[in-house]
Design a protein around this ligand. Structure first.
Ligand code: GLP
Length: 261
């Protein structure tokens, strides 16, 4: 696991956009795993700047969403399909037909979960998966106690996650759906490169448990410790709880340029 501590979100976003650009350069039809929430926004903004400058072409890219609310119409502004359409698809010129997410409106959600797993498999798996981290250590919508081997499935949100996400529902936690579909932890760790981002002091405790704590279902993000290629990009505030922060800084300062992320 590489832990990269940056001065601010914009420099972290530039490092990740470089890695995504290098991937697309090698593989124009790369499969990107997209995350929602505020954490990946600086990355999508940086990619948009590059796309508008004509140096980043995502026309051939395929994209897969991490998760989705159950029962929100796709047109609802807080549905993850809508968020990704606004923040990524429209701005970066992705082919909407190549953007897939779990169908939270399916009559049979279990079948929708199986179909989603099959779609990821049929695409040859995900090349680079972006991830945020919840304040309780969740990734995707895998709440604490999620099986480390779980696949795409229905989950029930904790009260804390509904409160955290209330800001996308006019501040009303009751309006946040209780149920969601999410890639499982076992699904997420099959992506070839995982890139987790965390900004601000509110993520420091969860990030320290993810990176330096025991691997446990109580901190779903700790499953990243089992993956061979993980980049964790954080600002100083989010890194505040890391005991080896000085070591991580020296590793990054001396990282051979040819390695990339
Ligand atoms: C939601 C999403 C996660 C995201 C998390 C943190 O629950 N399902 O994918 O990582 O929130 O969100 P934020 O980045 O807004 O702090």
């Amino acid at each position: 696991m590489d832990v990269i501590i940056v001065a601010d979100r914009r420099s972290g976003a530039a490092i990740i956009a470089d890695a995504i650009a290098a991937l697309i350069n090698r593989q124009p039809a790369a499969a990107l795993g997209l995350a929602t929430g505020s954490s990946p926004e600086p990355i999508y903004e940086e990619m948009t700047r590059r796309h508008e400058a004509g140096v980043l072409d995502l026309a051939g890219v395929r994209a897969f969403l991490l998760d989705e609310y159950v029962g929100l119409p796709p047109s609802h502004p807080a549905s993850y399909r809508s968020v990704i359409r606004r923040q990524v698809v429209d701005r970066l010129g992705l082919d909407p037909g190549q953007v897939t997410g779990p169908d939270g409106n399916a009559a049979d959600v279990l079948e929708a979960c199986r179909d989603y797993e099959a779609a990821i498999q049929a695409a040859g798996g995900i090349d680079l998966q972006l991830l945020g981290i919840g304040s309780d250590g969740h990734i995707g919508f895998n709440e604490p106690s999620s099986s480390l081997g779980s696949r795409t499935r229905l989950k029930t949100l904790t009260a804390q996650t509904r409160a955290d996400n209330a800001r996308f529902f006019d501040g009303n936690a009751e309006a946040v759906p209780q149920h969601v579909l999410t890639q499982g932890l076992g699904t997420i760790v099959e992506a070839r490169h995982l890139v987790l981002v965390a900004w601000g002091a509110g993520k420091a405790a969860a990030l320290a448990r993810c990176v330096e704590g025991p691997v446990t279902a109580m901190v779903p993000a700790s499953v990243l410790q089992l993956h061979p290629h993980v980049s964790v990009v954080v600002d100083d505030e989010a890194a505040a709880g890391l005991s080896l922060a000085d070591y991580y800084r020296s590793v990054f300062a001396t990282k051979p340029a040819w390695q990339g992320l």
